[in-house]
Design a protein around this ligand. Structure first.
Ligand code: ADP
Ligand code: MG
Length: 233
């Protein structure tokens, strides 16, 4: 397993500022942030054998620092139930990416288990010229994309910041269990926000972070996608 330092050094030695999903998840996992276990495969045989180890259903995604929005490019295949479906999805992903991004450097394909459905939330970090790192919290999907229902706090966050920033979004009732939905473990989300704040404080080289989406459950939460951009730090 690569240490955080090695992951960052490797990206820098390749003159890259974007970490792949796998690299980003590895960094976050080392910081105690819950992510879906994700492995890199570089051949069809490997994609199938890793899928069999992890257990179906499986998700495959393109692993390339040049493809930032993976699903827009046909680079994400969800809910694959058999080795045969996994093999076909592998071919389809590579074909779609090579067509749309002929110049992209492809590391391989990431393999992960299909996470059970939860309420999608996002945590992001960007750096403000005046305030430095700022964390963002919001509900995933269209709520953030169209309605911009998000809250912000400056890093480092206090426990109170974490509590407040989750509760002040308009969509908060969705987390409390709207119309018979199971309520989300909000205390766990508060801890997650604080862990991300700690991670950012300890990682000045991280310029931007995007956990989008995180699936929140009644008994915890897990990030299924992660993006890290490195800066000077
Ligand atoms: P990108 O944001 O680069 O398009 P994502 O990794 O976020 O790609 O995948 C797109 C969508 O697929 C996510 O928003 C999520 O709804 C779903 N998804 C991704 N990974 C998983 C997973 N492991 N389990 C279940 N759903 C997933
Ligand atoms: Mg995403």
């Amino acid at each position: 397993m690569n240490t955080g330092r090695e992951i960052v050094d490797r990206a820098r030695s390749e003159a890259r500022s974007v970490l792949t999903e796998i690299e980003a998840k590895e960094l976050l996992k080392q910081a105690g942030i819950s992510v879906v276990d994700t492995k890199l495969a570089t051949s069809k045989e490997e994609v199938i054998s890793i899928s069999e180890q992890l257990g179906f259903p499986i998700v495959l995604k393109i692993a390339s620092p040049d493809v930032v929005h993976k699903s827009d490019a046909g680079g994400v295949k969800l809910g694959l139930k058999t080795p045969r479906q996994v093999g076909k999805a592998y071919d389809d992903i590579l074909k779609a990416i090579k067509k749309q991004y002929p110049e992209a450097k492809i590391q391989g394909v990431s393999v992960q288990k299909m996470a059970r459905p939860g309420v999608e939330v996002i945590i992001g970090m960007s750096k403000d010229a005046q305030f430095g790192p700022v964390l963002m919290f919001g509900l995933g999907g269209i709520l953030v994309e169209i309605l911009k229902d998000v809250s912000f706090r400056i890093v480092p966050l206090t426990k109170r910041d974490a509590r407040e920033m989750i509760r002040e979004i308009k969509g908060y009732p969705l987390l409390e269990g709207y119309r018979g939905q199971e309520p989300v473990d909000v205390a766990n989300l508060e801890e997650l926000v604080l862990k991300v704040s700690d991670f950012i404080e300890q990682s000045p080289e991280v310029e931007e972070l995007d956990l989008n989406p995180i699936f929140a459950y009644s008994d915890g939460a897990v990030a299924v996608d992660a993006r890290v951009i490195l800066g000077e730090g």
